[in-house]
Design a protein around this ligand. Structure first.
Ligand SMILES: [Zn+2]
Length: 190
């Protein structure tokens, strides 16, 4: 992988959405979250999101343009990305769309099935939204139980993925993350 160090680099945090025009690199780290990248070659316009959970808690009543936390949910952030490309005059068939992440990180825990499925549910929702919006998915690298580091070259549209074991996180970190996640799931379940 060739990463040019002279390019501006942006680190995409969870629940963030980023647009870049021209050369640059969007980096992120994914566990059960997904990143959807969209790239329009004609305008050298790129977008990447990092939603944490599949469905908006305001499901049904959510109007994406007003959704206060739209970049946190797969369901809300994908239409928002499309809308912003459309504002630039981009046609749907000009978009190169890719999905990454959605690992099932806590595979050792057998008691918390919900948590095991967050990654898969994020991926399923992303594919569903892309289909619903009549967009074409160019490629994806999803699932499994390893984390991913992503490098999105906003000049070429190429995305580089490096997988890693999540062993770097301590037991305590994992426990805290798990309890937060199960709380979120309870609050946001449809
Ligand atoms: Zn929403």
């Amino acid at each position: 992988m060739i990463l040019r160090e002279d390019l501006p680099t942006y680190f995409l945090k969870p629940a963030e959405l980023r647009f870049v025009r021209g050369p640059g690199v969007i980096r992120t780290v994914l566990g059960s979250c997904v990143t959807v990248t969209m790239f329009c070659r004609r305008l050298a316009a790129s977008a990447a999101c990092h939603p944490v959970l599949p469905a908006c808690p305001e499901a049904g009543s959510c109007h994406v343009q007003n959704c206060s936390q739209r970049s946190k949910y797969v369901e809300c952030v994908i239409p928002e990305m499309l809308r912003r490309f459309q504002d630039l005059g981009v046609q749907e068939d000009e978009l190169e769309i890719k999905i990454f992440g959605g690992a099932n990180m806590f595979f050792r825990s057998t008691s918390q099935k919900e948590i095991l499925q967050v990654g898969s549910r994020n991926v399923d929702m992303a594919k569903e939204m892309i289909k619903e919006l009549r967009l074409t998915l160019k490629s994806y690298d999803v699932g499994g139980n390893q984390g991913r580091k992503l490098y999105f070259d906003t000049e070429t549209g190429d995305v580089w993925v490096k997988r890693f074991q999540a062993n770097g996180a301590s037991r305590d970190d994992l426990t805290v993350m798990q309890s937060q996640l199960s709380l979120q799931l309870k609050n946001h379940e449809r």
